[in-house]
Design a protein around this ligand. Structure first.
Ligand SMILES: [Fe+2]
Length: 176
C-alpha cells in the first residue's frame, strides 16, 4: 500500500482551512519535533509527523464582541476532541491505513488533558510524543498559533518531512 504522504495531508483543502486557523507554522514545527522524538522513542515517524501536523485542527475561535476571548476558550475548549475527529475523517478520506488513522486520532485526542477531569490516562509513546512536541513549540499566551510562515517555506518544510519520514520508515520497518 502506498504511504499517504504528509504533503497529501497538508495540501488537502480541509487541512488547509483548519491549519490556517490554528497556525501553519506551529503545526509544522510540532510535526518536526514529533519526528525527532519518534526516532528517539522508536515510534513510527510517519504517524508522529501526521499527528503532529494535525494535532490542533480542532481549534476554533472564541470571540466576545469581536475580540479573541482567552478565558472563554480555556473554559469551553474541546479542540482535542474535534481535532481527533476531523483528522480521522480526513485521513480515511485520503486512504490512510485504518489502524494508523485510529492511532493518529487518539494521539490528537490525548495531546492535551485540559478538558479531562484528571490526568489519569496511561498514554502510549506516540501520544506522549505529540504532547511533548506541542509543549516544545508553545509560546506564552498562545502566540505560537499566530506565528506566520509563507506558503513556499511551508511546502518546503513539508516536503522535507516526507523525505525524512521515508528514510526513517525504512529503518523503522527493520525493527518491527
Ligand atoms: Fe498545539
Amino acid at each position: 500500500m502506498r504511504r499517504v504522504m504528509v504533503m497529501d495531508v497538508f495540501t488537502h483543502p480541509i487541512a488547509q482551512k483548519y491549519l490556517n486557523r490554528s497556525g501553519v507554522s506551529h503545526a509544522i514545527s510540532v510535526a518536526e519535533y514529533a519526528v525527532q522524538l519518534a526516532i528517539k522513542h522508536d515510534v513510527n515517524p510517519d504517524l508522529a509527523a501526521k499527528a503532529g501536523l494535525l494535532h490542533d485542527i480542532g481549534h476554533y475561535e472564541w470571540y466576545t464582541n469581536g475580540k479573541w476571548d482567552y478565558e472563554q476558550y480555556v473554559k469551553n475548549d474541546i479542540h482535542a476532541i474535534k481535532g481527533a475527529e476531523r483528522a480521522h475523517k480526513l485521513l480515511i478520506r485520503l486512504g490512510e491505513d485504518r489502524q494508523y488513522a485510529k492511532e493518529i486520532a487518539l494521539a490528537i485526542l490525548l495531546h492535551t488533558d485540559s478538558y479531562l477531569p484528571e490526568n489519569s490516562i496511561k498514554k502510549s509513546s506516540l501520544q506522549q510524543i505529540i504532547r511533548l512536541a506541542d509543549e516544545m513549540d508553545e509560546e506564552p499566551f498562545g502566540k505560537h498559533h499566530y506565528r506566520k510562515i509563507n506558503r513556499e517555506d511551508a511546502m518546503k518544510k513539508i516536503a522535507k518531512l516526507d523525505q525524512e519520514v521515508e528514510r526513517l520508515i525504512r529503518e523503522y520497518r527493520k525493527t518491527v
